[in-house]
Ligand binder design. Structure first.
Ligand code: SAH
Length: 618
């Protein structure tokens, strides 16, 4: 598998190892710096508790490089060890960078990582697996893209080489220059066969190089099962191994076809797309060109054209177009091996990301992961600055505050080109933020290239949640959010909602409460609420929550004054029951949920013997 960004976590637990951790991140594609909160400042992913964090990463299949004592990592993952083939590599690096120890997954990437890290740090890779040390080669951990057909045979073959016995090497496909070891030759009881054929053996290790490009076409809405069945039958008829398929290729019109992505997931390879013009360049080399296909798509063959395009100029068509009622496929072979990331384009991806109210501490793991995967970041400059710690190497498209539509269009266009784009919103992406505009524009414009984008909305902590938490628990009963901005909503509509909230005794969070131009809405809202709830109702004014200069003020409804409030403030107004209290010298605001009433009505003995499902979950 190709490494995506975030696939390697470099853990710094304190300042002592920070420089080393940073050097490792800089030297490894796909690596991110994870830092212990309070001990490590700027990092990609902050964490609280090392053991729990390492366990979470390990369970998610993320490679862990801990700049810390090996024991910390061993204790963290020991209870989780089950299957060495499926588990991610774990490495310990001494804080001075001198020792790099692959602890787990030596033959599943850890040794390779250790060598690269040690080379970058000028340290020593403490490789402990026998094959690597004696042979300089790990037969069950071949280079990226290669797969082992019969892993059980790796052990006896490596043992034979280690014992100085000759081992047969047969190369039928792909460049196999990495397979060099004393003893490899043209005779021996054991053998290694490099092939794209589907074969098995008890005494010959079968290695499949990434040399096949599988071109696929299908009717709109074809099922994954139909497409898989055709591909499996076609590969089987040709005697080819699915493990040599390096990439799935198709026409860009098919970029949103679920069956093609399901096939890619099944074969565990990337899928890449080409324009009709790029496929048409292969027309002279097609075995079965079709005028009907040309009339429909602008190229004379999708499956054959895509297979050839992905296999490169020296590629040869090895299986011409095979057809089922709903799908086509064809296979081309490259003599050089295929690097999927270098051919065609991936399906464009748009993350609409809520980054939380401020900096890294209240940003979700998924939001960081989406940003980490992105090539392009689009958003208001203030928000892009808030994620600067995880933006290195990405193209920033910063825009002005009111140019939302321009920003959303730009994100969609970039994603349509095959980029991975994060459209960055503060707080939550779907609360007075840009997620709506994404869907509205796609819906309204109905552009084929936008319709094919893979859109994911990543939620974030909204300002109202962060503000309420800072000041206690003021929204912990039925609440609503109302934006006081009349830019997109006429004031009479806003006023009607405030009236309804007042009558319904909802806790209210006012977003966009005041601007330079708009000062009268907040007093109007206050007066509407005052007609239905006490003048002493607690109000939380939360400015710049989670950002430098955060200020939280607890006041009362009667004292709510627009001069204390600006566009960087969210205003939370309690309901008629909300109150304040002082604890540890601090004023807190909270809204009762009726527990006190319940305690009065129900004697203790009855409360504790209530059946489980009659109690509300917290
Ligand atoms: N999507 C954002 C809201 C954007 S609307 C969210 O879910 O929080 C902009 C308004 O949100 C601001 O005028 C302010 O009322 C509020 N807001 C956003 N971030 C804030 C923060 N860090 N502190 C206080 N208020 C904030």
């Amino acid at each position: 598998m190709e490494l995506s960004i975030g696939a390697i976590a470099v853990i710094a637990v304190n300042a002592a190892g920070l420089e080393t951790a940073r050097s490792i991140v800089a030297s490894l594609e796909g690596a991110q710096l994870h830092g212990r909160i309070g001990r490590v400042d700027a990092c990609d992913v902050p964490f609280d508790e090392t053991t729990a964090h390492v366990r979470t990463l390990f369970e998610q299949g993320i490679a862990v490089i801990g700049v810390c004592a090996a024991g910390i990592l061993i204790r963290a993952v020991a209870p989780l060890l089950v299957n060495k083939r499926a588990e991610p590599p774990v490495l310990a690096v001494s804080p001075d960078g001198a020792s790099v120890v692959p602890l787990l997954g030596g033959h599943h990437g850890a040794n390779r990582l250790a060598k690269r890290v040690a080379a970058a740090l000028g340290g020593h890779p403490a490789i402990t697996t026998a094959g690597d040390v004696a042979l300089g080669l790990a037969l069950d951990d071949p280079p990226r893209g290669w797969k082992v057909g019969n892993p059980a045979v790796a052990k006896p073959v490596a043992a034979a080489l280690l014992a100085g016995e000759p081992v047969r090497l047969t190369v039928e496909a792909g460049p196999a220059g990495w397979l060099k070891a004393p003893g490899l030759g043209d005779s021996g009881a054991y053998g290694i066969r490099v092939t794209d054929q589907s074969v098995d053996s008890d005494d010959t290790l079968v290695l499949h190089p990434p040399v096949l490009a599988l071109g696929v076409g299908c009717a709109r809405g074809a099922t994954a099962e139909d497409v898989k069945a055709l591909v499996e039958a076609t590969l089987a008829d040709a005697g080819l191994s699915r493990q040599s398929v390096a990439v799935i290729a198709s026409l860009d019109l098919k970029a949103d076809e679920p069956a093609i992505h399901a096939l890619a997931a099944d074969l565990q390879v990337p899928v890449r797309f080409f324009t009709p013009a790029e496929l048409e360049e292969r027309a002279p080399r097609l075995a079965t060109p079709s005028d009907v296909v040309f009339a429909e798509t602008g190229c004379h063959g999708v499956a054959e054209g895509a297979a050839l395009a992905a296999a490169g100029d020296q590629g040869q068509l090895v299986v011409p177009k095979a057809k089922s009622p709903v799908a086509t496929c064809a296979v081309a072979r490259s003599p050089l091996g295929i690097r999927p990331n270098r051919v065609g384009r991936p399906r464009g991806k748009l993350f609409v990301v809520g980054i939380g109210p401020g900096g890294a501490a209240e940003r979700t793991f998924d939001a960081s992961a989406a940003i980490a995967q992105s090539t392009d970041l689009v958003g208001y400059k203030l928000y892009l600055d808030l994620i600067e710690d995880i933006s290195a190497g990405k193209i920033r498209h910063a825009g002005a505050m009111k140019a939302e539509e321009v920003r959303v269009r730009q994100s969609l266009d970039l994603a349509a080109e095959g980029k991975v784009v994060s459209l960055v919103c503060s707080g939550d992406a779907g609360i007075y933020a840009m997620a709506t505009l994404v869907f509205e524009l796609i819906d309204k414009e109905n552009r084929p290239d936008w319709n094919r984008i893979d859109v994911t909305v990543v939620p974030g902590i909204s300002a109202l949640q962060a503000a309420a938490a800072r000041a206690g628990a003021i929204i912990n009963h039925d609440f609503c959010a109302i934006s006081l901005s009349d830019l997109l909503t006429p004031w009479p509509h806003i006023e009607r909602r405030i009236q309804a909230a007042a009558q319904g005794d909802f806790v209210v969070a006012f977003y966009n409460p005041v601007s330079h131009r708009r000062r009268e809405q907040l007093p109007s809202a206050r007066d509407i609420l005052l007609a239905h709830r006490p003048a002493t109702t607690p109000v939380v004014l939360a400015r710049n929550v989670g950002r430098p200069g955060e200020r939280i003020v607890v006041t009362t409804l009667a004292q709510l004054d627009p001069d204390q409030v600006d566009m960087l403030t969210v205003v939370l107004v309690g309901n008629s029951e909300s109150r304040t209290m002082t604890q540890a010298g601090k004023v807190w605001a909270y809204t009762p949920r009726g527990y006190a009433q319940k305690w009065q009505d129900v004697p203790d003995t009855v409360t504790s013997s209530l059946p489980h499902d009659s109690k509300e979950l917290p």
